[in-house]
Design a protein around this ligand. Structure first.
Ligand code: AMP
Length: 545
């Protein structure tokens, strides 16, 4: 017997519509390059997103056509999230830090017809435009007065939408229609596209905008520092209007001082980003002897949150860390470090801290298991390691138009290979051992580069740390530790780092070599680019015995 409930498609536009109808007075505060701090409400954003939908329609954009963005986090980018998907087209968020060849590849692969771009990226587009024949129109996300000189045929966003009145009803169509597209910033090979649906995005927002996953409450001020070009800014632009949360969009200035100031000025209670960003915020807060009293939760993901960082946020500043894990292919959230109530009530502070260092527990909607090389499931005992595989309604069922990538991405029974090696404990807390390509195989045993980095950044004077496996004549591979000192004029000594590590890691994990650098390369999403380091250091242990 079937149940007797009405059916209705889950539409992304419904999120901004409830924002406008019920939380219409909640603010969206943006820092816009060239304009400063700009304030809107969800009511304004809904109307402006509808104007954009009308403008796109009038430019000939129809269902499932791709409209690209090349932009930082601000209100116009938010309007593109809703305006483009809301009218049935696909918003393709592009990472401006990609190399020009990668930009050309993904614009052509996605067959983007219109590009909405921050004016600061126009010089970049001038360089690649001749190689992007399908691109018909470029809209600069600014006012007509701020339109820069350019050799391109461009129109200012405010002129593009200005002729339309926003008198528009969001259309309803199949919830499985494509809504948005994001390419993984893979370190090897061409980027691969994850094509989200309305249904996957709405379900993800319903899950993520809850206290038990992200600490989002009914009176939260959210600030995605994670860029809106990177996996839907981890869902915040979608669950902000759904929950009525004030939304702060910090624009391009992501240095410690700018973040510190906006957190205080706008009363940000809940923010999200990769560890590198928080290193800068913590450094600045220390330097000005400030506080983070207002900040209740910081969601850290993208790379492992070092234990020293978790400790400083929680113990020094009273900000709860939510250590989360996810992927572009997972919309992105797969796990959350918000402790379940029974653990919160009964565990000791030390036990809680140990759990916070792990990558959190699976969230509703995401099934996970670990399997060996033959895809045999391994026990969830916190010890057995395996390839982490996942399935669920906001996880890709295939890459966009990429037969080769699809062949290797799924188990025989259809679970998605994350490319991560992990343990899962009996409480379902996940601990990432490594990316399968980063784990160091020394004499048949595995050394986790994540664990080593985590311990190394806790040593006095260490700013950032990266560990790579380097070919070794006897052990196959051995770890090499690359250190960026906190203060380049006053670096820590190699001995002090080795002393620090010696009490925290197994003896055979001790890096064979410690290298000091003023900076290490970061990829387009702020993660350490180990491929460059591996290339550069591949021969350093050749003569070791
Ligand atoms: P991306 O698709 O660029 O977001 O990258 C996803 C990958 O980032 C994952 O497969 C992990 O290897 C890594 N990652 C994400 N979150 C974490 C985390 N909390 N700790 C360690 N690695 C992470």
């Amino acid at each position: 017997m079937k149940g007797l409930m009405q059916d209705g498609p889950l539409m992304i536009s419904s999120l901004i519509q409830i924002g406008a109808d019920v939380y219409g007075g909640s603010e969206v505060v943006s820092v816009v390059a060239g304009e400063g701090v700009v304030r809107h409400t969800y009511r304004d954003i809904n109307k402006r997103a509808k104007q954009l939908a009308q403008a796109l329609q009038s430019a000939g954009i129809g269902m499932t056509d791709r409209v690209a963005t090349l932009a930082w986090n601000d209100h116009r980018h938010l309007e593109a999230y809703y305006g483009v998907s809301g009218m049935g087209a696909v918003v393709h968020t592009i990472n401006p830090r990609l190399f020009p060849e990668q930009l050309i590849y993904i614009i052509n692969h996605a067959e983007d017809r219109i590009l909405l771009t921050d004016p600061m990226f126009l010089p970049l587009i001038e360089k690649i435009i001749d190689n992007c024949p399908k691109l018909e129109k470029i809209v600069a996300m600014c006012t007509a007065e701020n339109l820069p000189e350019s050799s391109l045929d461009i129109i200012a966003y405010e002129d593009f939408i200005g002729g339309f009145d926003g008198n528009y009803t969001w259309p309803e169509f199949e919830e499985t229609a494509a809504s948005s597209l994001c390419y993984t910033s893979g370190t090897t090979g061409n980027p691969k596209g994850a094509l989200y649906t309305h249904r996957s995005t709405v379900l993800h927002a319903l899950m993520a905008g809850t206290p038990s996953v992200t600490g989002t409450g009914s009176n939260t001020t959210l600030m995605p520092v994670v860029p809106m070009f990177h996996v839907n800014a981890w869902g915040q632009p979608y669950y902000a209007p759904l929950t009525g949360s004030k939304l702060v969009l910090p624009g391009p200035g992501l240095d410690g001082a700018s973040l510190y100031n906006i957190i205080h000025a706008e009363g940000v209670t809940n923010t999200a980003g990769v560890p590198t960003i928080w290193l800068n915020l913590l450094k600045h807060t220390r330097e000005v002897e400030g506080n983070l009293d207002v900040l209740e939760h910081v969601i850290i993901g993208g790379s492992a949150a070092p234990s020293a960082m978790i400790e400083e946020f929680q113990t020094t500043y009273g900000t709860q860390v939510v250590h989360a894990w996810g992927m572009t292919e997972m919309s992105p959230l797969g796990s959350s470090g918000v402790l379940p109530p029974h653990i919160e009530k009964t565990a000791t502070e030390a036990e809680k801290f140990d759990l916070k260092v792990k990558q959190g527990h699976r969230v509703w909607g995401v099934d996970m298991k670990i399997v060996d090389d033959e895809e045999v499931p391994q026990p969830h005992d916190g010890k057995a390691r395996g390839h982490l595989v996942v399935r669920g309604p906001w996880i890709i069922s295939s890459y966009y138009n990429n037969h080769d990538a699809n062949e290797k991405a799924f188990t025989k029974d259809g679970w998605f290979y994350t490319g991560d090696i992990a343990t899962i404990d009996p409480d379902n807390f996940l601990q990432l051992v490594d990316r399968s390509k980063d784990v160091i195989k020394s004499g048949g045993e595995w050394i986790s580069s994540i664990d080593l980095e985590n311990e190394a950044v806790g040593a006095a004077g260490v700013g950032e740390a990266a560990v790579i496996g380097v070919a070794h004549p006897k052990w196959d591979e051995r770890p090499v530790l690359v250190i960026v000192p906190e203060d380049s004029d006053n670096p820590p000594s190699e001995d002090s780092i080795r002393d620090h590590l010696s009490t925290r890691i197994a003896k055979w994990w001790m890096p064979d070599l410690i290298v000091f650098r003023n900076e290490i390369p970061h990829g387009a999403t702020g993660k350490i680019l180990k491929t460059d380091l591996r290339d550069e250091l591949k021969d350093v242990l050749q003569d070791a015995g």
